[in-house]
Design a protein around this ligand. Structure first.
Ligand code: SAM
Length: 203
């Protein structure tokens, strides 16, 4: 993923990415990072002292910048949330596995809790990559300027969905493309696209 656009384009310039493993800084001699939940129940819970030790090792304590815990219980990730986070100079993302975080991590060490959608994945690695990709696209030079405008959820489309797109061939298995798109009439094309975007967004 890091070798493909948009990440490849901004890595090392607009984006400095550092990865840390809780196991490298865990204060537990056994090298463990999680433990059984108080009150019983299945699975393991990521320990608060382990995450605090990781933040101490990297930043010398809880950093001044935003620390985002990735959890299905967090605020839903939307394009406005991506834009808000992309405006930050620095961000720390916290992932977990199994039964998730000791609640004290979310309440005292993290500033934000973000969910990438109302479903449960096995670990925070994919949510972190999803957020990273969405953030990288908002950085200068990540994508061609015009690609970022008039796309789904952008202000150019009033936060709505993108209009349908077509490319060659003009006909395939009897499936054609809307006549307006090959008319060369840019005013009609723009009006058609806006109308299509609005209609899709109302569905
Ligand atoms: C199996 S999940 C834990 C689910 C938790 N026991 C619950 O019911 O809310 C393990 C970890 O995967 C990550 N994760 C799973 N689904 C996620 C989602 N929709 N958004 C963000 N992170 C998620 C989080 O880091 C979470 O702590």
């Amino acid at each position: 993923m890091c070798e493909q656009r948009p990440l490849a384009t901004v890595l090392g310039s607009e984006l400095d990415l550092r990865l840390f493993n809780y196991r490298d800084t865990t204060p537990l001699r056994s090298g463990e990072v999680d433990d059984e939940p108080y009150g019983g129940g299945p699975g393991l819970v990521l320990r608060v002292d382990v995450v605090a030790a990781a933040l101490d090792a990297v930043y010398g304590g809880v950093p001044d910048h935003r620390v985002v815990a990735l959890t299905p219980q967090g605020r839903q990730l939307t394009q406005p949330v991506v834009d808000e986070l992309a405006a930050e100079e620095r961000l720390t993302l916290l992932s977990s596995r199994s039964e998730g975080f000791d609640e004290r991590i979310v309440s005292h060490l993290a500033s934000d809790a973000i969910s990438i959608g109302p479903y449960v994945l096995s670990g925070g690695e994919l949510p972190a990559l999803v957020l990273l990709d969405a953030l990288a696209r908002r950085l200068p030079g990540a994508i061609r300027a015009e690609s970022g405008s008039f796309e789904s959820f952008s202000g150019d489309l009033e936060g709505g969905l993108e209009y349908p797109q077509y490319t060659r061939p003009p006909e395939f298995r009897g499936w054609g493309v809307p006549e307006v798109l090959v008319s060369g009439d840019h005013r009609r094309i723009e009006a058609w696209r806006r109308e299509q975007s609005r209609a899709r967004s109302l569905r």
